[in-house]
Design a protein around this ligand. Structure first.
Ligand SMILES: [Fe+2]
Length: 200
């Protein structure tokens, strides 16, 4: 498949004050575009041409770093834009909330673990909620990796590369992660991915 940059599902200034127009102009228009362009160039003429994005991410991991890094980040960012919405955070849809409580004991504990994973990721990477073996778990990955390469299904990811928060939060990564959970997450989209992962 050829990668293409999707439009943001909201205006560049729609996530303010939690994520600025300037951050989204750089992060979506420049960084994500670069993963798309470089990914398409890296895939040209390889065995990965013609495969789906998820297949490329899984098959290139540990085999072809140029393909993997760009395809991985394309996959992660495609979802990242949809994992946020204006006036996000708030109530978690019932079935997902129940599954979170079954797995963590409480929503608060899940949020604590998620922030700790994001803060504990040394350098660039992602904090995740993933489904593995029927349970929801928190994990973290470096660079362009995701739970896909660990045999799990990602249902929520927060980009903790500095390009995602440095303009708005400077070095305060914990504040960014808390704002992401409390004011940005599109829990309906997380529930959609949870439903798909639970059926798989
Ligand atoms: Fe990013």
């Amino acid at each position: 498949m050829t990668f293409t940059l999707p439009d943001l599902p909201y205006a560049h200034d729609a996530l303010q004050p939690f994520m600025s127009k300037e951050t989204l102009e750089f992060h979506h228009d420049k960084h994500h575009q670069a993963y798309v362009t470089n990914g398409n160039n890296a895939i040209k003429g390889t065995e990965f041409e013609g495969k789906s994005l998820e297949e490329i991410v899984k098959a290139s991991h540990g085999k072809n770093p140029a393909v993997f890094n760009n395809a991985g980040q394309h996959y992660n960012h495609l979802h990242f834009w949809k994992w946020m919405k204006p006036n996000g955070g708030g109530a978690i849809p019932g079935a997902l909330e129940k599954a979170i409580i079954d797995s963590f004991g409480s929503v608060e504990k899940m949020k604590e673990d998620f922030v700790a994973a994001g803060v504990g990721q040394f350098g660039s990477g992602w904090a995740w909620l993933e489904v593995k073996g029927g349970k929801i778990a928190v994990s973290k990955t470096p660079n362009g990796e995701s739970p896909l390469v660990n045999g799990a299904s990602p249902i929520l990811g927060c980009d903790v590369w500095e390009h995602s928060y440095y303009i708005d939060y400077r070095n305060r990564r914990p504040d960014y992660l808390k704002a992401f959970l409390e004011s940005l997450v599109n829990w309906e989209y997380v529930a959609e991915m949870y439903d798909a992962a639970a059926k798989a």
